[in-house]
Write a protein that binds this ligand. Structure first.
Ligand SMILES: C[S@@+](CC[C@H](N)C(=O)[O-])C[C@H]1O[C@@H](n2cnc3c(N)ncnc32)[C@H](O)[C@@H]1O
Length: 265
């Protein structure tokens, strides 16, 4: 198997536990759909759609939506969610590095904390722009490296086995200078904003426990440390809780994120 295929297989397994976290990504999904300016009858692609929170929000305002994700078990939940919400959405299993759509198929391409996990940002960016119509909107939510989730990614990288060569760090998508460089002359009207995910959490330990069970890269790391290095697992957990404590107050975690929007030139 190609090393990147192997990397994606591990990602798929890690993300298959993500469904409970979708309760937390539901509110920012509405923020992203509004930020992207989705209009009724727009053709919208939700890249790395997970359980469909962004896709369903867009479909509920009348857009024609396709959701694509690497992880089939999440897509199955997404289909149930769409049926429950009474909207029709096509959910497809796929990889954002090889989107199975014609050029210029969509008015809007969105991704919430999703395309950042594609190992090669240049490939995912080219694909998302390829399937977008000229004048269409690209919008996504990402994690700045200097805020909680970005710092957590860095902590995870210190304990995890190194990724294959060429795999870039997901939180680089949270740095406006990097995003500007990656989108380059392919877009105009590039704009950035910030918002905060507010998460009920009984203690920093509860926050750690929930993330360990659900967030792909952390799920994979915990499994690796349990099998290979239980002492490091304790050290990782101590560092995790110390980091969490910086963002935890009054039974609430505050996770700042970056919104990006641009028009395809
Ligand atoms: C943090 S979850 C976000 C899910 C959803 N967008 C939300 O906001 O709830 C990350 C998602 O990225 C998906 N993913 C990771 N790598 C991918 C890839 N190369 N192509 C498509 N989806 C991918 C995972 O399966 C997972 O559903």
């Amino acid at each position: 198997m190609d090393v990147l295929d192997g990397f994606k297989t591990v990602q798929r397994e890690g993300w298959s536990h993500f469904a409970p976290m979708a309760a937390l990504t539901t509110v920012p999904a509405a923020r992203l759909v509004r930020y992207a300016g989705v209009q009724p009858a727009d053709r919208v692609l939700d890249v790395a759609c997970g359980t469909g929170v962004v896709a369903i929000t867009a479909a509920r305002i009348g857009a024609h939506v396709i959701g694509l994700d690497l992880t089939p078990s999440l897509l199955s939940i997404a289909r149930d969610n769409a049926a429950l919400a009474g909207v029709t959405i096509e959910f497809r299993e796929g990889d954002c590095e090889t989107l199975p759509f014609e050029d210029a198929s969509f008015d809007v391409v969105v991704s919430q904390y999703g395309h950042i996990f594609a190992p090669r940002p240049a490939v995912a960016t080219a694909e998302m722009l390829r399937v977008l119509k000229r004048g269409g909107t690209l919008a996504f939510s990402t994690w700045p490296p200097e805020l909680f989730v970005g710092r957590l990614f860095t902590l995870v990288s210190r304990y995890a086995s190194p990724p294959p060569t060429g795999v870039e760090h997901p939180s680089l998508w949270g740095d406006p200078a990097v995003v500007r460089d990656r989108l380059g002359a392919a877009v105009t009207d590039l704009r950035f904003d910030r918002d905060t995910m507010v998460i009920p959490s009984l203690s920093p330990q509860h926050s750690r426990d929930a993330t360990e069970r659900t967030a792909g890269p952390v799920v994979a790391l915990i499994q690796q440390l349990r099998e290979q290095d239980p002492r490091s697992l304790d050290a990782f957990r101590r560092e995790y809780e110390a980091l969490t404590a910086e963002y935890w107050t009054e039974n609430t975690m505050r996770q700042g994120y970056l919104l990006t929007r641009a028009t395809k030139a």
